[in-house]
Design a protein around this ligand. Structure first.
Ligand code: AHR
Length: 522
């Protein structure tokens, strides 16, 4: 199913590219970009939950990446490595989604509580067939949240778990009293945990049970019934949503189960050629593959538009939010790594994929109030890579750090009229951007130049802003595939940007090729 849908996506994309190419040929390239920011017409809040991270029991996402247990050679606090936690704290990660993914569809929470020596060692059947020690379970997850300063988003097991098991897991975590609260207290946590977000399954169309949407909607209603929050608390329920462009899934879920939900998810990965299983090398690629990946990333805009239109039919007030809780690049794994571990390097190209997504989410802030990049550490488009004691921050990490002022800011509509960047059959506007009024009162502007060869000067009219000063940072690198390695960890990192000026109400920005610039205007 997954494969079929993703192949259909590829076909559609090629078709779309052809249409875009016709449009693009009419444009005059090489012109500077003009833009307007409508600070006088503020939009929706850019929800900080858009910066949610996803941590699955997959490869070294948890074990080795976040958790090293009693390994004294890697400084840690209660098993979680201090270097990684400090880096994540610096991002102000609002929420961590756990324990999967497909892992969640087979996860039985009771195997991950109590004395570690009593926890069963299982096989991670979905991810590489390696042993799963269950050393990180529910109580360790909440310790991770405490250290990072994030909130919980649990993915429940609808795949091969029962509604009773799900209900008891919620009770174990949240009940103020009763036998499961006593069990939690026995495990060292007398006070209930807060569980603000609970996923009613994951990918029910695939690894979560290969269900048809009608059956999945009924199962969602049934399981959601038993996710009960104690008096005075609220658990928001997020249904397993569509894969890519399966708007029928969204339609059926909203029609049949929308009244039981707070959020509905959408999963879309940026894949070379849209191909699944994924192809392409994360760090060895040419300009055609650069353009290919960026055009695939830009598809997120159209997908959200289409799923939102379906949701609008059933929920015009936008009560149910769209949670794009899996997105990011997915390539063939790094050479020499376990194929089930989804380990991939992260280059400047991934940084632009991230900024393009964050800009698209601004455009849809009224409906998209949560997203989760996949994944946090060592898996897919990761923030952080580790190897034993070593840790490196990826270019994607730096984009998330630069866009921190977007968290809970107010979106300022931006119109961008940019020249087109063309490479082979791939065509796209050269400049992506978004703007917000931050909680600090400043206007923050993000601009990315997707063209790896041509600089671009952007002249931005600021409606409703009387500003005199601008400062900012830039992320770029010598090559399209520049990356941060353990030997050279600072090849791609943000530095001060001096290419922006304010004059007579116009902000002029000289964007170098292949760059992400974030500006503070005041
Ligand atoms: O993120 C990797 C996997 O992608 C997740 O486990 C699954 O939900 C999706 O198919």
């Amino acid at each position: 199913m997954l494969k079929t849908l993703r192949q259909a996506t590829t076909a559609l994309l090629l078709c779309t590219s052809a249409l875009v190419a016709q449009t693009a040929s009419a444009d005059t390239d090489g012109k500077p970009t003009s833009a307007t920011i409508h600070a006088d017409k503020p939009g929706a809040v850019y929800d900080k939950r858009v910066f949610t991270q996803f941590a699955e029991h997959l490869g070294n996402g948890i074990y080795g990446g976040l958790y090293v247990g009693n390994d004294k050679s890697i400084p840690n606090t209660n098993g979680f490595r201090n270097d990684v936690i400090a880096a994540l704290r610096n991002l102000s990660v609002p929420i961590i989604r756990w324990p999967g993914g497909c892992f969640a569809d087979e996860y039985h929470w009771r195997e991950g509580i109590g004395p570690k020596k009593n926890r069963p060692v299982k096989v991670n059947t979905h991810w590489g067939g390696v042993t799963e020690p269950n050393s990180v379970g529910t109580d360790e997850y909440f310790e991770l949240l405490r250290q990072v300063g994030a909130e919980a988003y649990i993915s429940g097991n609808v795949g091969n778990g029962t509604p009773q098991e799900m209900a008891e897991w919620v009770e174990y975590m949240t009940a103020p009293a009763g036998s499961l609260a006593d069990l939690r207290a026995k495990n060292g946590h007398k006070e209930p945990y807060a569980v603000p977000y609970f996923g009613i399954g994951n990918e029910l169309w695939g690894c979560g049970g290969n269900m048809r949407p009608e059956f999945a909607a009924d199962e969602t209603r049934r399981y959601a019934t038993f996710v009960k929050s104690p008096r005075g608390t609220k658990i928001m329920k997020i249904a397993a949503g569509a894969n890519v462009d399966d708007t029928n899934w969204t339609e059926v879920m909203m029609r049949e189960a929308g009244d039981k939900l707070d959020g509905l998810s959408l999963h879309y990965y940026t894949l070379l050629n849209g191909a699944f299983p994924p192809i392409g090398n994360p760090s060895e690629f040419d300009e055609t593959q650069w353009a290919n990946i960026l055009s695939q990333a830009r598809r997120m805009d159209d997908l959200i538009t289409r799923h939102s239109a379906v949701m609008d039919k059933y929920d015009p007030q936008k009560r149910v939010f769209l949670a794009v809780d899996e997105w990011g690049t997915w390539y063939a794994q790094d050479k020499g790594t376990h194929p089930g571990f989804l380990r991939q390097q992260n280059s400047l190209r991934d940084a632009l994929v991230a900024s393009v997504h964050l800009d698209i989410f601004a455009k849809h802030a009224d409906r998209v109030r949560m997203t989760a990049i996949a994944q946090m550490v060592n898996v897919l488009q990761a923030m952080i890579l580790t190897d034993g004691k070593k840790m490196v921050l990826t270019p994607t990490y730096h984009v998330f750090e630069m866009y921190k002022p977007w968290q809970d800011a107010t979106v300022l509509p931006i119109e961008i009229d940019a020249p087109w960047y063309h490479k082979d059959q791939f065509n796209m506007p050269a400049v992506s951007g978004s703007a917000v009024r931050g909680k600090d009162g400043k206007v923050h502007v993000g601009l990315s130049n997707l063209d790896p060869n041509q600089p671009n000067t952007v002249a931005i009219k600021l409606d409703g802003v009387s500003a005199a000063n601008v400062s900012g940072r830039i992320l770029t690198a010598p090559a399209i595939n520049s990356l941060n390695s353990f030997d050279a960890p600072e090849t791609v990192k943000p530095v001060a940007f001096t290419g922006a000026q304010m004059s007579g109400g116009t902000l002029t920005v000289a964007l170098p090729p292949k760059s992400v610039v974030v500006l503070d205007v005041q």
